[in-house]
Design a binder for this molecule. Structure first.
Ligand SMILES: Nc1ncnc2c1ncn2[C@@H]1O[C@H](COP(=O)(O)OP(=O)(O)OP(=O)(O)O)[C@@H](O)[C@H]1O
Ligand SMILES: [Mg+2]
Length: 523
């Protein structure tokens, strides 16, 4: 016995429920639903168009019987055509013969051949009383079609679809939360194991770490900004380790350290004979980084010609090796870093604006060490324990030395600190590093720091040469001027009060009295 129309529809509903139950992936589930409609109920072509709040348009999310191109063409404004009308009114719409309906735009172009034999039914997809999309179906003409019944049936299907979309949204939201939590946990774990991690609890660094945790699990391009030695390369590495690409290559290219004429083949590879000296075939760094991450350091130094090429790889995910016309597809996440002001380079015509926009999707500015002095002690301890492990030596700083290190400007940032500690470990005979010893290892022009420290700590026992030099100068001037304070002050260009302060500070009162006595005896 042939199944009744009712029987067919029930079995179609059952099949639809099973598809929805199985698929977590929105589009494939919708495709499945439309496939069932078409196969079991001889509904030709079916589409689900959903409202996209970002563009304000309705576009086809799933379809049956359309090619990819047809599908892409199907974007409707809300005031456009039957689909727009169904969405706006929230009412079903059916057309017994679409040939006679002026509202038909046939935007997808898929009805050209069959026009004249097709009827159309569209119903809104409604969630919580609001239309969120439209389900459209074309049905071939048959002798008698019970339109009302079809509309009712499609309304039920649309309700199922709406429920499914709502469920799917909730799952996606939850997944995003879990993904973020997972990254955060991974990061916490890598902090306690051997993985790379960031030392620093200052407010700006906590913010940087928050950004890292957010952006790592995505495939967004990240632009790391900051002075030399602040930790940009370290952060690029951490982003890779925290992403799904961990386990695939992390490739670093320094755009400044490779001569411009070699950089192109370094990045994109070359075929044998592509240029003089290209004796063999070589894949570029992009290909090496496939499925992983490519870190372009000092991106500001990338020559203009290569900027255009890089832009294309980022946009189309395709490249050709030098001397080859075979297009290769690559899947690489790009991280870039610079200590230059890219916006400024753009203004001076040295950097492409379009590439700048592409790279600047997610900028992270890493603050210099002098902008986060709270981190200095933590970092010092970190590097001290690192060298203790590597060299088996435990060193520590005297309070004044530590004070100087905190006041110090760190022009070379964290890298300078790391190098400093290594050098001290090698050079210092004592476990205790004093300010005296430290001085010569700090960048020149930093004597103010040492002055400040001396001034703040003013321990007479803790003599340094600077203090000594001044004391000797003052003593010599006093001697020359017959131990007359105001004359010595004049000779040194000091006021009487400044001189008095120094005499006290260096404990010279008794020496002056002795000098006077000596002079009296001679006379
Ligand atoms: N917050 C930090 N915690 C621990 N180590 C750090 C930190 N910041 C930087 N380092 C270490 O300091 C050194 C210098 O950092 P890195 O090479 O990442 O700096 P950079 O910003 O890339 O410098 P450049 O611009 O010169 O390339 C590295 O050995 C890195 O591991
Ligand atoms: Mg670096």
């Amino acid at each position: 016995m042939a199944p009744t129309v009712h029987g067919l529809k029930l079995s179609a509903l059952l099949a639809i429920c099973q598809v929805i139950d199985k698929a977590l992936h929105l589009e494939s589930a919708l495709d499945g639903v439309l496939g069932i409609l078409s196969e079991q109920l001889s509904m030709q072509r079916a589409t689900v168009s959903l409202y996209d709040p970002e563009t304000g348009h309705l576009s086809i999310n799933a379809s049956y019987g359309l090619t990819r191109e047809e599908k892409q063409r199907g974007v409707y404004r809300l005031d456009e055509g039957v689909t727009g009308r169904i969405f706006q009114t929230g009412e079903p719409y059916f057309v017994p013969d679409i040939d006679k309906e002026p509202l038909f735009l046939d935007k997808t172009g898929s009805r050209k051949i069959r026009r004249g034999m097709i009827s159309f039914i569209g119903v809104p997809i409604v969630l919580h009383g609001e239309p969120i999309g439209v389900l459209n179906v074309d049905r071939l003409f048959e002798d008698e079609i019970a339109f009302e019944e079809d509309v009712d049936f499609l309304k039920v299907v649309a309700t199922l679809i709406a429920q499914f979309i709502s469920l799917n949204e909730k799952i996606m939201e939850r997944e995003a939360v879990i993904k973020r939590e997972n990254t955060s946990l991974k990061y916490q774990i890598s902090k306690n194991t051997k993985g790379p991690y960031i030392v620093g609890q200052s407010t700006p660094m906590v913010e940087v770490q928050r950004q890292i945790e957010k952006v790592s699990p995505t495939r967004a391009t990240v632009l790391l900004l900051g002075e030399s030695g602040v930790g940009k390369t370290l952060i690029a590495r951490i982003i890779h380790e925290l992403s799904d690409r961990q386990g695939h290559p992390f490739i670093k290219v320094n755009c400044a350290s490779i001569p411009a004429n070699l950089l192109e083949s370094e990045l994109f590879g070359h075929e044998k004979g592509a240029f003089t000296g290209a004796t063999g075939t070589r894949p570029g760094r992009f290909e090496e980084a496939d499925k992983g991450t490519l870190f372009l350091d000092e991106i500001g130094e990338l020559p203009m010609a290569l900027q255009a090429k890089l832009l294309r790889v980022i946009q189309d995910k395709e490249l050709e090796r030098l001397g080859s016309n075979r297009t290769r597809h690559i899947d690489v996440r790009i991280l870039a870093a610079t200590n230059r002001d890219l916006g400024d380079l753009v203004e001076h015509g040295q950097f492409r604006l379009d590439l700048y926009y592409r790279l600047n999707v997610f900028p992270i500015r890493v603050p210099s060490l002098r902008e986060r002095k709270e981190d200095i002690t933590g970092l010092l301890n970190h590097f001290l324990s690192e060298v203790a492990e590597n060299y088996g030596r435990h060193i520590h700083f005297t309070p004044t030395a530590l004070d100087a290190l905190i006041r110090y400007d760190w022009p070379g940032n964290v890298r300078e600190m790391q190098n400093l500690i290594e050098r001290l470990v090698i050079m210092s005979d004592s476990e205790r590093v004093s300010l005296e010893f430290l001085k010569s290892y700090l960048a020149p022009g930093q004597t103010t720091v040492i002055h400040e420290v001396l001034h703040a700590n003013g321990e007479p026992g803790h003599c340094t040469s600077l203090k000594e030099v001044e004391r000797n100068e003052v003593m010599a001037a006093l001697e020359r001027s017959g131990w007359v304070q105001y004359k010595a002050a004049e000779a040194l260009g000091l006021s009487a009060r400044q001189m008095g302060y120094r005499v006290k500070r260096y404990g010279l009162e008794s020496m002056i009295a002795e000098g006077h006595a000596r002079l009296r005896r001679i006379r």
